[in-house]
Design a protein around this ligand. Sequence first.
Ligand SMILES: [Zn+2]
Length: 124
Amino acid sequence: MNEILERPRTMAIPYDRLRYMVPSQHPEPGKPPDKYLVEIDAYNGNGACSCKHFAVRCEPLLRRDVHPREAVETKQIKLKENRQVQDALRCEHILTARSQFVDDVLDAIRNAQEKHTPKAYRVA
Ligand SMILES: [Zn+2]
């Protein structure tokens, strides 16, 4: 079976669509992966995570209202390869949760459109 399919899914917390439980991307062999709580609307939409990386590297800067661009330009944080500046203060779990959030919103919109759009107006 595909390794990705065996991993626990990133899940929105019921009744709180802006919080996600995100499994660790690098679990220890033979152990179930740690899960991190991500609140995607925290810090004015930057997001917050319960992982150590976020607590040590990102959150202290966010608490001082340091903008991601400023954090990169003043070398307070090193931008990872293939990351955009606006993601500089987001850990991988926040990015995973934001991606899942987009999928969830698209599903919700698609479901609402199917429910409320007359068949004559449907494209596909
Ligand atoms: Zn994290």
